[in-house]
Design a protein around this ligand. Structure first.
Ligand SMILES: [Zn+2]
Length: 450
């Protein structure tokens, strides 16, 4: 934060530099509280004094939680903050006596006393009690560790599915993430799971957040508020907002997009050993992106060869490609047509990718689809995944003027898959090559068709 010292109405060396806003739980600086407008500063000073008199203070010392008031030095027209009652024990008075970490921990504990923090705890407790997967929901119960002096007091704790104790910590600001990060070790040792919940998550202002939360939690963060509480009550599950980052490749570099939606806890992946809970596996996605970038030249060379081989088959180019694939542990046949079904499979998948027939002599994509159904049932699974990955559904529907594809064929193969009909079982012989050439379906390809 930048202070305009020249215009500041704060004394030059204030003892109390930060205060806690008791309604929001946020930490504010004395420069922010006093501001740069003399008249407004006097009004703030009056409001603080009145609220302290009424025992509903607005601002408190973030270390000792004693309410503060604003002192005016009328001659200099400057202000500073002072404890409402001063007994000399506050670390702000005895600078140097405490480590930075200890001061941070004190601020963190103090922040739990704000109205916003209390409401958050109630929201989460109430949401947890809606969800039969959670039991023994308790607010601020001490969690005793195995080691001497090993104790924590999480905002909430609950037991998930009767086995995993989960500590929920409410975060109103990113100020205290370091404290929380240090505590992950404790819960890891104790066989528990630490789960962070925010009241809001500002991705635009997430530099610190990205470093602390995202990198420690697979770029997923969770928010609880009145709306998620309502959703928890409606669904009978713990519902939260999930905010996550997703990588994609654009012009040869990985870029991260931000997404969010409501999720129920049972949708999440829990990795206790890494103290992570996430909806979207950003690490895995990033690895896929990196692999995709690394392999892009070979993938592109293969595509170009394939697209041109009907016009002019160049055997030397094929052999060169074959060698490069062999170096990566994938064997290509001596000639493309040597391998049973390979040509039709790749033509089909390149067609789905392009949104029009590639290699095939058909007029449109839906005719390719009919042909795949009639002649290459083992390719339907990869074909369907490619259509989905490239959003070709609407195109097929538009081309399916007779409705025969949707009404007959789609129904037939879905039924055959659910019945485990061997005639429709995916042809797995080319899975590794297909995964390499079409990384967009590599995750789902090995799965059972559905
Ligand atoms: Zn204090």
């Amino acid at each position: 934060m930048r202070h305009h010292y020249s215009r500041s109405l704060v004394v030059s060396n204030p003892e109390i530099t930060e205060v806690r806003d008791l309604s929001t739980g946020e930490i504010r600086t004395v420069w922010d509280v006093v501001g740069e407008d003399y008249e407004k500063a006097l009004q703030t000073r009056m409001a603080m004094k009145q609220s302290n008199e009424a025992s509903t203070p607005l601002l408190a010392c973030p270390l000792c939680s004693v309410p503060v008031h604003m002192v005016s030095m009328s001659k200099e027209r400057r202000f500073y903050l002072r404890h409402e009652t001063e007994d000399g024990r506050c670390p702000f008075r005895t600078k140097g006596g405490l480590s930075e970490e200890r001061i941070l921990a004190m601020k963190y504990d103090g922040a739990r006393e704000s109205a916003a923090h209390k409401r958050m705890k109630d929201i989460i407790a109430e949401s947890l009690r809606c969800d039969p997967d959670f039991s023994d929901v308790e607010i601020e119960r001490v969690w005793k560790g195995e080691e001497a002096n090993g104790r924590r007091r999480p905002d909430l704790r609950a037991v998930w599915k009767g086995t995993l104790p989960v500590a929920f910590e409410v975060q109103l600001s990113t100020t205290f993430l370091r404290v929380i990060a240090a505590r992950r070790e404790f819960y890891l040792r104790e066989g528990g799971l630490l789960f962070w919940v925010f009241n809001r998550f500002d991705m635009g202002n997430a530099r610190l957040t990205q470093e602390d939360v995202f990198y420690n939690n697979n770029r997923n963060a969770f928010v609880a508020n009145e709306e998620t509480l309502l959703a928890s009550k409606t669904t009978g599950k713990l519902v939260l907002d999930c905010i996550w980052s997703e990588p994609s490749i654009s012009k040869g570099v990985v870029t991260w997009g931000q997404y969010n939606r409501q999720v129920s806890f049972d949708e999440l992946t829990v990795e206790r050993d890494r103290q992570r809970v996430f909806l979207f596996d950003a690490d895995a996605a990033r690895q896929r992106c990196m692999a995709e970038l690394r392999d892009w030249p070979l993938r592109e060379d293969f595509r170009v060869f394939w697209a041109g081989m009907r016009n002019r088959y160049d055997d030397a180019s094929w052999l060169a490609l074959r060698k490069r694939f062999a170096e990566r542990g994938m064997s290509l046949p001596r000639y493309p047509s040597d391998s049973d079904g390979l040509v039709s499979l790749l033509d089909t998948l390149y067609s789905a990718k392009a949104g029009r027939p590639v290699g095939w002599g058909y007029a449109d994509l839906v005719k390719v689809a009919h042909h795949v159904f009639d002649k290459h049932k083992g390719h339907l699974w990869a074909f369907k995944l490619m259509l989905a990955a490239h959003g070709r559904g609407p195109k097929i529907v538009a081309e399916d003027t007779t409705g025969k594809w949707r009404a007959n064929k789609v129904k037939a193969y879905l039924a055959a898959w659910s019945q485990g009909n061997p005639e429709f079982a995916p042809d797995r012989r080319h899975d590794s090559l297909v995964s390499f050439l079409f990384p967009e379906i590599a995750t789902d390809l090995p799965k059972r068709p559905s």
